[in-house]
Write a protein that binds this ligand. Structure first.
Ligand code: XLS
Ligand code: NI
Ligand code: NI
Length: 442
């Protein structure tokens, strides 16, 4: 990939990041992410489809509820919104091409600031879409997914498509239309719906059934529009249990799959799962991935992690090799992601203020996933892991167990079997053995 800069170079002194191998001690090099390395029949680049998220990397300024920005961006200086947005896009493509990752993702308002005039907002996004089209052509970087931010503006405080006021819903639709148009124009491979405020703060004032019906109708309407415009990609729902809303309708993977089935959306929608959202829902991320995989809905991943000592969406970069290895085992067993990739929905810390910090963060994230994928493939290919799990269910492979699976045994027949065969043998689940096995390959 060639480095693409604008008139000005923003990340001075940092060249293109290269793969140097595990022995390298260069902090600005990949040690595991060799994009051309083939694992389980595909290159790492094609398995992982890494994406940089626009919001955290080029908008996230380090502010928190207790203090203002700590990250000062040289691309954030001009007073005109469109000119400022072009500078930011120059910086974004410089960063992404120096990093050498193949995709990016954005919300409409990440790309250019919005005001309250829908026509003017559409014009701004259109201008930046044209600008991005050129940058994508110059660099070869592609859009993994686009989305609309239907949670930051004050009008969405009671939700967007689940708002009790139809007028607010219509504003959300206007934003989604423009974001879909931009995604389609840029050849975006997918489109995401994350319903940050699609839920309720208190049940006392909420008609939950009606709100969920509106959400489903909204998704159908948006999907029908995009399909009519020729969009062939996948729509993703991104589950999260809470934050900002107290209770969100897209709580977790199991909740969303039930919703998609109930409202006849399974043909067009899959899941975009996020690590820390799983944590907040009280699940492991591997669990969320497995739920999606079992439904054939494992679409895309938002890579990050939470903090074990607190309970909010800290969006830190991933760094736990054991956990990520377990994710990659689920991914390989599922046959990969359907349409999506791995988006770093993660931000550097408030006090990480060197320009290089954003590079270290993404390098570490890409390396841990690449390394985990290689390890996971070794475990599945070279150990008795698969056999142990398969053998646990061997009693259903033949005889009466098989007949039960096929629906051929009545409750009385099951009772007869139990009486005839006495107490079952005690069988180990071998959990510690398998944990050690995974560690052995790490
Ligand atoms: C917030 C979400 C958000 C989505 C896109 O918690 O993860 O960043 O990925 O709207
Ligand atoms: Ni996310
Ligand atoms: Ni999140």
């Amino acid at each position: 990939m060639k480095v693409v800069t604008g008139e000005r170079e923003y990340f001075k002194g940092i060249d293109q990041i290269k793969y140097e191998g595990p022995e390298s001690d260069n902090p600005l090099a990949y040690r595991w992410y060799d994009e051309n390395r083939v694992v389980a029949g595909k290159t790492l680049k094609d398995h992982l489809k890494f994406a940089v998220s626009y919001w955290h990397s080029f908008n996230g300024n380090g502010s928190d509820p207790f203090g203002g920005p700590t990250h000062r961006f040289a691309w954030d200086e001009k007073s005109d919104a469109v000119e400022r947005a072009k500078d930011k896009m120059d910086a974004a493509f410089e960063f992404m091409t120096k990093l050498g990752l193949p995709y990016y993702c954005f919300h409409d308002v990440d790309v250019v600031d919005y005001g309250n005039d829908i026509n003017e907002n559409d014009r701004r996004l259109q201008t930046l879409t044209d600008y991005a089209k050129q940058k994508q052509a110059d660099s070869g970087i592609k859009l993994l997914w686009g989305t609309a931010n239907l949670f930051s503006h004050e009008r969405y405080m009671n939700g967007a498509s689940t708002n009790p006021d139809f007028h607010v819903l219509a504003h959300g639709a206007a934003q989604v239309k423009a974001a879909l148009d931009a995604t389609i124009a840029l050849g975006g491979e997918n489109y995401v719906f994350w319903g940050g405020r699609e839920g309720y703060m208190s049940l006392i004032n909420t008609n939950m059934k009606r709100e969920q019906e509106h959400l489903a109708r909204f998704l159908h309407t948006a999907k029908d529009y995009a399909r009519a415009q020729g969009f062939k990609g996948t729509f993703f729902i991104e589950p999260k249990p809470c934050e900002p809303t107290k209770h969100q309708y897209d709580y977790d993977a199991a909740t969303v799959t039930g919703f998609l089935q109930k409202y006849d959306l399974l043909n067009d929608f899959k899941l975009n799962l996020e690590v820390n959202h799983a944590t907040l829902a009280g699940h492991t991320f591997a669990h969320e991935m497995q739920v999606a995989a079992d439904w054939g809905l494992l679409g895309s991943l938002d890579a990050n992690r939470g903090d074990e000592q607190n309970g909010w969406d800290t969006d830190q970069f991933p760094n736990n090799i054991t956990e990520v290895t377990e994710y990659m085992m689920v991914l390989l067993k599922a046959g990969g992601l359907q349409g999506g990739g791995i988006n770093f929905d993660a931000k550097i810390r408030r006090n990480s203020t060197d320009q290089a910090d954003l590079f270290y963060a993404h390098i570490g994230g890409a390396d841990i996933f690449a390394r985990a994928l290689i390890i996971a493939d070794n475990i599945l290919q070279k150990s008795d892991y698969n056999k142990i799990v398969t053998d646990r269910y061997a009693s259903f492979d033949s005889g009466e167990g098989k007949a039960f699976e096929e629906g051929k045994l009545s409750l009385e027949a099951l009772r007869d079997y139990a009486v005839k065969n006495g107490e079952p043998a005690v069988t180990s689940g071998k959990q510690e053995y398998l944990e050690n096995l995974i560690n052995r390959f790490i």
